[in-house]
Design a protein around this ligand. Structure first.
Ligand code: SF4
Length: 354
């Protein structure tokens, strides 16, 4: 698109970036315009907002590995989730895994260059026995690899549970707000937005690093995206996962396809502007929704999951590593134990190596 002197959109974009870099609220109105901008403006938005990413994180990309430590059979009814009470999605269901699985996942994380291991359990919240089991698994991981950052995501926290997890070596706690307070009732009937916010506050008060983000593509409007962003900003999370709905067959949101790669990039740009110094992570749905534009997402977010998601496959870890290198970024913490071979790009065209 040709632009002349006095291009109002470009000027506003510069103001948004300036405010974010200075640590000020970029302003809801400006963010709303950015979110609603035509696709033809997206590349310009990515280029401008990448300055905010680079100011705090340079060219580094943090890698995180997910381990689903307890799957399925959840009594809650989150409409987006294949593990929910009413979901008929054919997923694996198992109780909490043992110490050996924690250790194997931590070793795999290290092998791939991931510096954070995210332990995720289905359910409304952990029982005391489950907290004790997670604590034992994390103690074993930390005894073997003290530098591995561990994040737990176990649902709504009860009194004292954050402190017990922290004492075992858990560094961060993930609990997403997911969407706006106004839209929350549309996606879940068994717990509310306030419950989620209370758990993030409880994790913080218990000394854990707050990790809280959102999930988009569930039918929410621009106002919900911004409300969710500002509600998260008020809680000052250290890391902010941005998920894009994978509409899984057997869930109420199956068949919903409300996202385009360009919209995903604009959402990521909004979140980078709202969280200039927090870790913004492109989480679930990266491959499904950003597709061939995934490398552009790295200019906004500074963190991704490597490997698979909770109940869906991610692209091969080797493909992620090749993408990071090809886009001119570097893996935080030194990268994988064995870097991918240069000939990998050819092999990847034939499919995953695993
Ligand atoms: S998101 Fe968590 S709480 Fe909600 S249904 Fe899935 S496993 Fe249960």
């Amino acid at each position: 698109m040709l632009r002349g002197v006095g291009d109002a959109f470009a000027e506003r974009l510069t103001e948004l970036v300036g405010a974010s870099l200075a640590g000020r609220d970029p302003g809801r109105e400006g963010l709303a315009r950015l979110l609603a901008a035509p696709d033809a403006r997206t590349l310009e938005i990515v280029a401008a907002v990448s300055r905010v990413r680079e100011a705090a994180f340079g060219r580094r990309v943090k890698l995180n590995l997910l381990l689903n430590i307890k799957s399925g059979l959840c009594p809650e009814d989150c409409h987006y989730c294949s593990q929910a009470r009413d979901s008929t999605a054919p997923i694996a269901a198992y109780p909490m895994v043992g110490e050996e699985t924690f250790l194997a996942a931590a070793a795999r994380a290290r092998e791939l260059g991931a510096t954070r291991l995210c332990l995720v359990a289905s359910g409304r919240g952990p029982t005391e026995r489950e907290v004790a089991r997670v604590a034992r698994g994390v103690e074993a991981v930390k005894a073997r690899d003290g530098a591995m950052e561990v994040c737990a995501c176990l649902g709504l926290l009860g009194e004292g549970q954050a402190e017990r997890l922290g004492a075992a070596g858990v560094f961060a706690y993930n609990h997403n707000l997911n969407t706006s307070e106004a839209f929350y009732g549309e996606i879940c009937g068994t717990h509310g937005f306030a419950d989620r916010r209370a758990t993030v506050e409880r994790a913080k008060a218990g000394g854990l690093s707050p990790c809280s983000g959102a999930l988009f593509g569930m039918g929410e409007g621009d106002a919900d995206v911004l409300d969710a962003g500002y509600a998260l900003r008020a809680m000052e999370p250290d890391s902010v996962p941005v998920n894009f709905l994978i509409p899984i067959e057997g869930t109420p949101l199956a068949g919903l396809n409300a996202l385009t790669p360009q919209r995903c990039l604009r959402i990521l740009a909004v979140f980078r502007l709202l969280f200039p110094r927090a870790e913004v992570r492109i989480a679930g749905g990266r491959e499904t929704h950003l597709r061939s534009l995934q490398p552009l997402g790295l200019h906004l977010a500074n963190s991704i999951f490597i490997g698979d998601y909770l109940t869906t496959k991610g692209q091969a870890a080797e493909a992620d590593l090749a993408m990071i290198a090809d886009a001119g970024f570097e893996v935080e913490g030194g990268g994988p134990a064995v870097p991918p071979a240069p000939a990998l790009a050819v092999a990847l065209k034939r499919g995953p190596l695993e």
